[in-house]
Design a protein around this ligand. Structure first.
Ligand SMILES: Nc1ncnc2c1ncn2[C@@H]1O[C@H](COP(=O)(O)OP(=O)(O)OP(=O)(O)O)[C@@H](O)[C@H]1O
Length: 310
């Protein structure tokens, strides 16, 4: 599989302050790339640079294997996007909005416009003016507009924002169809992991302008998703037994009475035996699944510490 997007050392400063710092990201062909970061982390700024809407201060961008140059237009005929809330001519119909967009892009194709409207289930609403559309319908119209020029790559900034649970489900299955049936690569930003974890093939985590993780979901699922929690009033004694008796260092004190052990080679019975031998009082020992949320939270904190130490 070839790469659809590659950035090298992508950096952006606004008025002397660095907002994006040394981002190296790779989006592979026909994958859904979940671009995750809290508000203000820098997702939109990266996407705007990818779309040539703003110029990087430093670094390079490659789209479809070719280096992006100032004033380039060709690659953007192959990309559909929604950056921030899509804006429409509210008094015109959904269909007319799409027609105008395609004419403007020089890619007018009536068949594809109908197909795009059907795809997002707006076929029957296509002749209604947009001001009569609900928020969810407008989000879907935004996708239809982005798809109506038959792009190979879709760049969508927070497309799930503000949708109700049903709308989120519909959107997710739409993204999968776009990848699987239309063979489109998708770069989707979100500030909520739960919104994209089921559909993303790769997740890139951005924090304070730095890409702190870029991992395939397979890698993420196989990495430390389990731990053993120990609830105890004697947290220091448990830490002592782990470190000096059992020689285990991959654990974390997570609260006044809570300690989490990520080393899964340690059997629960051996742990209990050693804690009893060393007369440590224990309230509970449980095996738990570490949620992805927790995984990313920790990665984000690690990233902050890492950034702060530089
Ligand atoms: N034109 C600009 N001038 C100055 N600062 C800017 C500009 N655009 C963005 N920033 C700053 O860059 C940082 C990243 O903003 P960005 O919009 O990329 O974040 P984001 O991850 O997309 O967050 P959100 O989801 O809130 O849009 C923020 O601190 C923002 O204030």
């Amino acid at each position: 599989m070839s790469d659809m997007i590659r950035t090298r050392n992508l950096t952006k400063q606004f008025g002397g302050s660095t907002v994006i710092s040394g981002v190296n990201m790779t989006v592979k062909e026909r994958e859904i790339y979940g671009f995750l970061g809290s508000n203000g982390a820098g997702k939109t700024t990266v996407m705007r640079m990818l779309l040539n809407l703003i110029k990087p201060t430093e670094g390079e961008i490659e789209l479809f294997g070719e280096r992006l140059t100032v004033g380039a237009t060709k690659p953007f005929k192959r990309i559909g996007n929604i950056i921030e809330t899509p804006v429409f001519y509210e008094n015109l119909t959904g269909q007319r909005n799409l027609e105008l967009h395609c004419e403007y892009m020089g890619m007018y194709n009536p068949k594809m416009i109908q197909e795009a409207l059907e795809l997002v289930q707006l076929g029957s609403a296509r002749n209604k003016p947009v001001h009569q559309y609900s928020l969810g319908m407008k989000q879907r119209l935004g996708i239809a507009r982005a798809v109506s020029t038959k792009p190979e790559l879709l760049i969508l900034d927070e497309p799930i924002n503000g949708l109700d649970p049903n709308g989120i489900l519909e959107m997710r299955s739409l993204f999968k169809r776009l990848r699987d049936e239309y063979r489109i690569t998708l770069l989707i930003s979100s500030h909520i992991l739960g919104e994209i974890e089921q559909i993303a093939d790769t997740i890139g985590v951005i924090n304070s302008g730095r890409l702190i993780e870029e991992l395939s979901m397979e890698q993420i699922r196989s990495t430390q998703t389990e731990y053993v929690e120990v609830i105890t009033p004697s947290i220091n004694r448990v830490a002592y037994v782990l470190e000096y008796v059992l020689n285990i260092r991959n654990f974390k004190v997570s609260g006044e009475k809570l300690l989490k052990i990520y080393d899964m080679k340690l059997s629960q019975s051996e742990l209990s035996r050693q804690l009893v031998t060393h007369e440590v009082s224990i309230e509970a020992i449980n095996r738990r699944n570490r949620s992805l949320e927790e995984y990313f939270l920790q990665a984000t904190r690690g990233g902050e510490e890492h950034a702060a130490s530089h």
